[in-house]
Write a protein that binds this ligand. Structure first.
Ligand SMILES: Cc1ncc(COP(=O)(O)O)c(C=O)c1O
Length: 362
């Protein structure tokens, strides 16, 4: 089997042959698993999204979708207080990240970010043959000042960061946007879960033409299965990104789902409030068991037992059909990233973790 792949390697560009490829979290097929590994929303999408999808599932599917997603862009513009020309829609924010690296990163161009963070950045840089420039986050995951001074064509900031869940303030992001030499991308896949209303960098796009802000419908809007993301930036940057995207990058149903989701913001806000409450109880439960839990503004938490590998805990939970995320890299071997599920899912998780630790139920 492997031989077949090795024989084909010479046909690939050297960098593609050499790279490992992004490894997504496990997606089990059975419904019995408590799935706390890829930060999906435990609550369903708005009923009005489902109704709009049912209505759109008709013979019009024979037609191509809107090439630029204009109807979605105009609804999003009204919701987020920008012009449609400031928005690009993508097949998930992952596609927008890919478009951005293709726009701004050629061979040997520097791409800077702090680690550990979303590992897809590595893959996208490797595809473009860019130069990966990383600055370690300090133990408290505050923004390293050195990030601004890397002379990078592109700088990524995941905010809130994954896997730590920690948030960098708007003031620091503004300073970063002012100081970087190239484009700054703030990946806000999780920002809807932040406690403070003013956590998003979106208002900064007016003042900083080198700033791109990415949002995802996979998390707060419960639409991971539809693959929708939005990018916000100056008209000039959006214009350039449009040249690089696939002609019809968003299908008809995704466009309908995203538009309907934006027209029912209270549904999203209600689920966010539930998740924020559960985040508190999950954090408290883990702390009671002796874990260090990083202050999370996302729909997951990072729990740590300093100096002790948590691989066995991850594996023991998996045996019990509870999936959490374990990253087998030196900095994260004593950590687990756990998605905030329903109160019942959290109860089951904590119960299992206590029994794995050999402690009686609280
Ligand atoms: C930090 C971060 N950015 C972007 C994405 C991609 O989101 P989407 O589903 O919109 O492609 C994820 C997905 O987990 C993520 O964790």
């Amino acid at each position: 089997m492997w031989l077949k792949f090795i024989v084909m390697l010479p046909y690939f560009r050297t960098n593609i042959a050499a790279m490992a490829g992004y490894v997504p979290g496990e997606q089990p097929r059975d419904d019995g698993t408590i799935k706390l590994n890829t930060n999906e929303n435990p609550y369903p999408p708005s009923p009005s999204v489902l109704a709009a999808l049912r209505k759109a599932t008709n013979r019009s599917l024979r037609l191509y979708p809107e090439p630029l997603g204009d109807s979605l862009r105009s609804v999003a513009a009204a919701v987020y207080g920008v012009k449609p020309e400031n928005i690009i829609a993508g097949n998930g924010s992952d596609e927008l990240l890919s478009i951005l690296t293709r726009c701004f990163v050629g061979p040997n161009d520097r791409v800077a970010f702090s680690t550990p963070t979303y590992s897809l950045y590595d893959t996208l840089i490797a595809i473009q043959q860019g130069e990966r420039v990383t600055i370690d986050y300090p133990p408290d995951y505050s923004l390293p000042e050195a990030l601004a001074a890397q002379n990078a064509a592109l700088t990524f900031l995941c905010n809130p960061n994954s896997p730590s869940g920690t948030l960098v303030s708007l003031k620091e992001i503004e300073k970063l946007a002012r100081s970087v030499s190239g484009v700054l991308v703030v990946d806000e896949a999780y920002v809807d879960f932040a406690e403070s209303e003013g956590a998003s960098s979106l208002p900064l796009i007016r003042a900083y033409p080198n700033l791109v802000v990415l949002r995802s419908f996979s998390k707060a809007f419960s639409l991971a299965g539809m693959r929708i993301g939005l990018g916000f930036a100056s008209e000039e940057i959006i214009f350039g990104m449009m040249k690089v995207k696939d002609s019809y990058n968003l299908d008809r149903l995704s466009t309908v789902a995203a538009t309907a989701a934006l027209q029912d913001m209270p549904w999203m806000a209600r689920n966010v409030r539930r998740i924020q409450r559960s985040r508190k109880s999950l954090t408290a439960g883990l702390k009671k068991m002796g874990y260090h839990v990083y202050p999370s503004q996302a729909n997951f938490v990072m729990a740590q037992k300093r100096g002790r590998s948590l691989k066995e805990v991850y594996e023991a939970l998996k045996q019990k059909q509870i999936l959490v995320r374990y990253f087998d890299i030196p900095r994260l071997q004593d950590c687990l990233r756990i998605t905030v599920g329903t109160p019942q899912e959290i109860k089951s998780l904590l119960q299992e973790m206590r029994s794995i630790d050999g402690k009686p139920a609280a």
